[in-house]
Design a protein around this ligand. Sequence first.
Ligand SMILES: N[C@@H](CCC(=O)N[C@@H](CS)C(=O)NCC(=O)O)C(=O)O
Length: 162
Amino acid sequence: MTEPLQRVGAIGSPYSRKMRAVLRYRRIPFHWVGHGSSAHQKLPPPPLPLMPVLHFPTATGTEATSDSTFQIRRLETDFKGRRVIPSDPVVAFFDFLIEDYADEWVTKVMFHYRWAVPGNAANAKRASPTEGSRPATAVGWTMCWRGRAARCSSADDAPLPR
Ligand SMILES: N[C@@H](CCC(=O)N[C@@H](CS)C(=O)NCC(=O)O)C(=O)O
């Protein structure tokens, strides 16, 4: 594979940044396609409406894939060198356990520090709605996230944009 992979994501998305870190570490060329950008609109939809989406080249175009855990596994089989999954099956099991824990729970910690620290919240509420993610307007974005604030931020009165 010589063409850079298309990776749809957003700066504020922890899973997008996880995949960017993996692709950089593995030295796999990729294009960062902004979620909601015109380049994004031209790509086929993923199986799940979540970021990041990694598009793998196929004989007929590209295959859109969802979920960073499975994307990492696919990269392990498609690209050689600087692998991130240990070859020892016992160590690989612990690797999987730690990744699963981090995917499910460390994001809660991340969201807490994003929204509970006033300086971070001020930055996030300015940056997040302007990233081009769906929905594209600050009002739409707020409506989308307000109902989730308690779960995502660890605070009922998270300082979302008004
Ligand atoms: N388990 C998935 C989680 C992906 C995920 O939750 N992505 C978030 C952005 S960080 C998303 O797309 N959220 C959209 C939404 O909740 O509507 C993975 O590892 O890729």
